[in-house]
Design a protein around this ligand. Sequence first.
Ligand code: NAD
Ligand code: GLY
Length: 362
Amino acid sequence: METLNVALGARAYPIHIGRGLLGRVDLLLPYLRYPKVAVVTDTTVAPLFLHNFAASLREAGIEVVEIILPDGEQFKNWKTLNTIFDVLLEQHCERSTTLIALGGGVVGDMTGFAAACYQRGIPFIQIPTTLLAQVDSSVGGKTAINHPHGKNMIGAFCQPRLVLIDTDNLNTLPDRELRSGLAEVIKYGLIRDLPFLDWLETHLERLLAREPEALAYAICRSCQNKADIVVADEHEQGERALLNIGHTFGHAIETGMGYGEWLHGEAVAAGTLMAAELSCQLGWISAVDVLRVETLFKRAGLPVHGPAMGGERYLELMQHDKKVQGGKLHLVLLERIGKAVVSQLAGQNEIFRAIVARSIHV
Ligand code: NAD
Ligand code: GLY
C-alpha cells in the first residue's frame, strides 16, 4: 500500500492506494467519530461491492445505513441529492455519522455535497471505484450537483477525512469508463508534469491492458499532482484552475448534449484539443505539439473532436463557466507542453475558430 498526504493543516488527510483495500476496515476505523456510517453508492456499484463492504463494517461493530442512488450523470441533481437527506433523516443519522461515498465521481460529488450540507456539515470518506474518481474527483474536496444550465454549478468545498483507493475495483470497470479516466490522467502530464506525459506515451498500452503495476503508478502520480495543487490553492484562487484544462469546452459539451451522453473524460479530451488548438493559434505551441496531444488522446481511445453543436451554442454554454469574470472567459491554455496557464487573451473570434476546427461538421 502507498500512502500520500493531502497536507491541509487541521484538515489534512491520507490517500491510501493499493490492492484489496476495500476489505481493510481497519483503515477506516480511525476516521469514524462514532460507529455509524451511511454508505452512498449507485445501482451499478451496489451489486458489485456493497454487500461485502457493508458486511465487513457490521462485523467490526459499525451500524451501516445503505443509500443506493440511480446510476448516471443525469441523476446528479437536487432530486437525487434530496433522497440522501431523506434517508439520513429517516435513519436518525446524527452529526457524528460518517458518510462514505462508494462509487465514481457522480456518487463522490453528491455524497460530498450532502456531507457539506447535512446538519451544516458531517464527516465523509471517499472510496472511489472508477479510474476517473481515483485519479481526480475523490481528492481535493470539490463537491457539486449539476444544473440544467451548467455542470457542477451548485456545490461546496468540503474535504474528505480519508480517501481509500482499491485498485482491484477497476477490474469490473467498462473499457469506455477506463478510457474516460485516462483523460484526467493525461491532463496532469499536459499541465505540469512533462516526465509523466513521457511515461504515459511509453506505457499507455499497459494502462489500457489494466496492468496492476502500471495502474498503481499512474494513480499515485496523478494523486500526488492533485494533492500538490490542492495544498497550494485549495479554493481555486489561482493554480488549481489549471486542473480545468479543456473543461470549459468539455462542460459545454456535457450540458449541451444532455448529461450522460458524453462521458466527462470524453468531453474533457475533446475540450483539451480545443484548448490546444487555441494555444497554437496564439503562437504558444506548434502544430506538431497539437498533433502530439491528439495522438495520445487517440491512442487512449478518446475523442479529439467535439460534437456538432455549432460554435455559437458552445460559446453560449461556456458563459456559465465558473472561471467567467465580469462576463469575460478565462481559459486554461498551454504555454508549452507540460505547462498550462490561465489566460483571457483569446478573443471570441479566436475561441470560435478553435471550436470549429475541433468539432465534428455535419
Ligand atoms: P460515474 O460516477 O458516472 O461512474 C461511471 C460509471 O461507472 C457509472 O455507471 C458507475 O456506476 C460505474 N462504476 C463505478 N465503479 C465501477 C466499477 N468498479 N466497476 C464497474 N462499474 C463501475 O463517472 P466518473 O467518470 O467516475 O465521474 C464523473 C463525474 O465526476 C462527473 O460528474 C464530473 O463532473 C465529476 N468530477 C469531479 C471532480 C472533482 O474534483 N470533484 C473531478 C473530475 C470529475
Ligand atoms: N477537478 C478539478 C479540481 O478538482 O479542481
